[in-house]
Design a protein around this ligand. Structure first.
Ligand SMILES: [Zn+2]
Length: 69
């Protein structure tokens, strides 16, 4: 599975394939997770002035940065 693949749900939560709910699970279906399309990625970047990123991975990175400082 492509680890760089990003998905998002109806609520705008972003996750990588590793941190998104299991494909086809109840959560996956209930929250309507699906891959971010290239054009959506471009729109996101234009609007948010940053690339979309997995929220869980970002939180892990932040914790690691805080722990080392
Ligand atoms: Zn992730």
């Amino acid at each position: 599975m492509n680890k760089n693949l990003l998905l998002w749900n109806e609520a705008g939560q972003i996750a990588c394939s590793e941190h998104a709910p299991f494909r086809g699970s109840d959560t996956w279906r209930a929250e309507r997770w699906r891959p971010i399309r290239v054009c959506e990625r471009v729109d996101f970047e234009a609007e948010m002035e940053r690339a979309p990123a997995c929220e869980t991975c970002e939180a892990i990175k932040r914790r690691a940065t805080e722990a080392s400082s």
